[in-house]
Design a binder for this molecule. Structure first.
Ligand code: RIB
Ligand code: CA
Length: 321
């Protein structure tokens, strides 16, 4: 039985690998891909998504152009990490196809309404999702799973010490999404790090497969590999969006999870975009937590704390063969 997927992405190099994984998954039927401003401009993200889907031989998936900036804030790019084109400065040829007519936000609404039970996977800032929810809040219960690459459960951020890029870029949008009643499964940035990153040997094995998708994965992530080396001194390829896509494709990849109220910091510049997880269920405590009490009713967030790293990597390799 196929499962309908809707993928919202700010397509840069790790998003592209996540798209390949979804396109390769035998029981995943991608109904639409919607593009949001984030790593790169929405125009560049659209170009990157079209190119990647064509690389996979996917012809019939509409790609819609979405928000070109966050709800309230200025757009902040991650070209320092992903390269000017978001794809490791590989200067890939222009895609043959064009985006679908119409804006991503109505497309999200219509796609969800036409496919009740759809799996929504978000790989970028939540701007499109927030706009869709504002226009049509009735879509939230029609989504069976909303797998979000975003936030950090252990509060160690990548773009600031406190926040992960997707949530930091548009914290107001993320807060709308977390409070919407969508069945969110939060896959934080920490889950792609350390042992979950590809080692030099594992990258060499991908090269040795000598497949177009295998070479593409290493090539388009060259800027990311260098940025990780500069940031951490390690030669590793951390792939947050593909990890989230692995959880979307096979929920058992997430081996430890629990449900909590989650709030997003939107006022402080120091902790802007921090995903604050009520791990100890303070919201349910009558004593001194009035701020958290109203959040309790929205404790509809499943936080993923651990993944099965060998199975995540096996799924990635299988998609790139
Ligand atoms: O923080 C990691 C996230 O930000 C990933 O989705 C990456 O593509 C960037 O968008
Ligand atoms: Ca992304």
């Amino acid at each position: 039985m196929t499962r309908a997927f809707l993928i919202d992405t700010d397509t840069a190099s790790d998003d592209a690998v996540a798209l390949i994984m979804a396109a390769h998954a035998p029981d995943v039927d991608i109904k639409a891909v919607t593009i949001v401003s984030g790593n790169v401009s929405v125009e560049q993200g659209t170009r990157n998504a079209l190119y990647t889907l064509e690389l996979c031989g996917v012809q019939d998936v509409p790609v819609y152009v979405g928000a070109d900036r966050p709800l309230l804030r200025e757009a902040e790019r991650a070209e320092w990490f992903h390269g000017a084109d978001g794809m490791g400065n590989q200067n890939y040829a222009a895609p043959k196809g064009q985006p679908a007519p119409g804006h991503a936000v109505p497309a999200i609404i219509e796609t969800i309404k036409a496919n009740p039970g759809i799996v929504l996977v978000t790989l970028g800032p939540l701007t499109n999702i927030a706009l869709a929810l504002a226009q049509a809040p009735e879509i939230a219960p029609l989504v069976s799973r909303c797998v979000v690459m975003g936030g950090t459960a252990w509060a160690v951020g990548n773009v600031t010490p406190a926040a992960e890029f997707n949530v930091w870029q548009d914290p107001e949008a993320a807060q709308i999404m977390f409070r919407s009643g969508l069945p969110v499964e939060m896959v934080g940035w920490e889950l792609c790090r350390f042992g979950a990153g590809l080692t030099p040997d594992e990258m060499a094995q991908l090269r040795q497969m000598n497949t177009e998708r295998g070479h593409f994965t290493i090539d388009c992530n060259q800027s990311a590999i260098e940025a990780i080396r500069v940031q951490s001194g390690a030669i590793s390829l951390e792939l947050p969006d593909p990890v989230a896509m692995a959880v979307a494709i096979d929920p058992t990849i997430c081996t430890r999870k629990s449900r909590h109220a989650v709030e997003v910091e939107t006022h402080s510049e120091l902790t802007r975009g921090m995903t604050v997880i009520d791990q100890l269920d303070n919201a349910g405590d009558e004593r001194n937590y009035p701020l958290w009490k109203p959040v309790l009713e929205r404790a509809n967030i499943t936080v993923c704390w651990e993944i099965d790293v060998p199975r995540w990597k096996a799924m990635l390799v299988e998609a790139l063969r």
